[in-house]
Ligand binder design. Structure first.
Ligand code: GLN
Length: 484
């Protein structure tokens, strides 16, 4: 059953080939058998999953089923889930039971999905390798000595190992696209504002966006259709109707204008990854797309800009974790200041503390103009690059990550080299654009992702371009042998 796409699972459920309860049990058993090797889950919600599955079966019987009714999924542990531990993979929230559902969770529940559990991630979504989790690193299903990418590494590993048909994620600087690439699955980060951030624990509010992982673009289209939409509880969610993403999948990319940013194919790109990326672009040429070179001249400014804006916003967002209202509180505080200091020093890991310090510094009275204001100005230049490129082309394509999955421990002592691994994904968040990563091939036995970047609210075109590639190739159907 676990080699089926969501569309196939939904058809099987409707035809009565299997029940949602059977399907859910099947995935719960897979999690039990395989998760010890991967560490992809923080919490497995077996009982409530089976209960939801039985309710889905009743809905299917009474003819009330939608396209996702009875399909099991997992949620990144950054989404609040009513009555279920929501930790953000931090010691700070190890004891936090969310009192409400995030809008994404509410919407996917309403669509009839069955939550299997909550997935591991980098602490507060800060990282590119899943090594900053309080619960230990997640392993890549293609090679358990390698990282799955981050920060949504648990969701990506779970879907790649087929421990869940789909999983939610969030992407602030690449945290859906990069783990999708490193784990050989499909992931989409929609336009900023397309999916509600309500109940999604905030890291950098002007960059964070929820999205989804699944084996195929068709599955992502189904899932995104259920997740997206205006939410009066999120002032940055955009009031625009959600198109039927599945209907956008024509399979036709004839005449599609694809731009290849010359800055994405230069120094720093692994030659094998370049080869696989170029072969994928050739496939698009064969399918009738027109490929031209474009330039995003401020690409080199994306990482320095992001590492001012994101820490600044995180330092503000994470000030709510003070030992008083949420989560970890130190033992026997001497006074209020001691309570704040020790609760935060004990509750947050090293990377989170590093970012809070950088962000607090950048926002401080003497440095605000020199760092934060400057970064906002650069952010505009980066966005203008894309605006100009989209005057010439429909979609931008290139590598998702400069290399395949690296070894666990290889970059964890060197934050700057870790930061550099997001070179192709971060600018997309600064510009608020939608982006995807799709499986494009392998290098040394590890998956390579092709990145697709669209104009604002052009998710339908992105999904169609991804789907057309997947109709012509079968990279997205490959699964890691150890978890077949
Ligand atoms: N790797 C980037 C960071 O550490 C992006 C993380 C994300 O998208 N959540 O900030």
């Amino acid at each position: 059953m676990h080699d089926k796409t969501i569309a196939e699972l939904a058809a099987g459920l409707k035809a009565g080939e299997f029940s949602s309860e059977e399907l859910t049990r099947h995935y719960l058993e897979r999690i039990q058998a395989h998760d010890p090797a991967l560490n992809a889950f923080i919490t497995v919600t077996e009982e409530s999953a089976l209960e939801a599955a039985r309710a889905a079966d009743a809905a299917i019987k009474s003819g009330d089923a939608g396209p996702l009714t009875g399909v099991p999924i997992a949620h990144k542990d950054i989404f609040c889930t009513d009555g279920v531990k929501t930790s953000c993979a931090s010691k700070m929230l190890d004891n936090f039971i969310a009192p409400y559902d995030a809008t994404v969770v509410t919407k996917l529940k309403a669509a009839g999905t069955v939550m299997l559990g909550k997935t591991n991630m980098d602490e507060f979504a800060m990282g590119s390798s899943n090594e900053t989790s309080f619960y230990g690193p997640v392993k890549n299903p293609w090679d358990t000595a390698a990282v799955p990418g981050g920060s949504s590494g648990g969701s990506a590993a779970a879907v790649a190992a087929r421990l869940a048909p789909a999983a939610t994620g969030t992407d602030t600087g690449g945290s859906i696209r990069q783990p999708a690439a490193l784990c050989g699955i499909t992931g989409i980060k929609p336009t900023y504002g397309r999916v509600s951030r309500y109940g999604m624990i905030a890291f950098a509010s002007s960059l964070d966006q929820g999205g989804v992982f699944a084996p195929s673009a068709e599955d992502c289209a189904l899932m995104l259709g259920a997740m997206a939409g205006f939410d009066p509880r999120d002032s940055t969610s955009v009031d625009q109707p959600v198109p039927d993403y599945t209907a956008a999948l024509s399979g036709d990319v004839k005449g599609l204008k694809i731009g290849l940013p010359k800055e994405y194919f230069g120094e720093g790109l692994d030659p094998e990854v370049a080869k696989v990326t170029e072969a994928a672009i050739d496939e698009y040429r064969k399918l009738g797309a027109e490929v031209v070179e474009v330039s995003l001249p401020n690409t080199h400014l994306a990482i320095p800009t992001y590492y001012v804006v994101a820490p600044a916003e995180c330092s503000s967002n994470l000030s709510r974790f003070d030992g008083v209202r949420f989560g970890h509180r130190c033992d026997a505080p001497k006074d209020l200041e001691d309570l704040y200091k020790r609760s935060r020093a004990e509750g947050f890991g090293a990377e989170v503390q590093r970012r809070i310090m950088v962000g607090t510094y950048a926002l401080s009275a003497g440095y605000y103009d020199a760092y934060y204001l400057k970064a906002q100005q650069l952010r505009r230049l980066i966005r203008d690059d894309f605006t100009r490129a989209f005057e010439q082309v429909d979609v931008i394509m290139g590598p998702t990550s400069p290399s395949v999955a690296f070894r666990i421990g290889e970059k964890s002592e060197d934050p700057v080299s870790m930061y550099l691994s997001d070179i192709y994904t971060i600018a997309v968040n600064l510009a608020g654009l939608p982006g995807m990563s799709i499986p494009a091939g392998f290098s040394g036995g590890l998956p390579v992702g092709l990145q697709l970047i669209g104009n604002h609210f052009d998710e339908g075109r992105l999904l169609n371009a991804a789907d057309a590639f997947q109709r012509a190739t079968d990279w997205h159907r490959k699964t890691p042998r150890a978890f077949s």
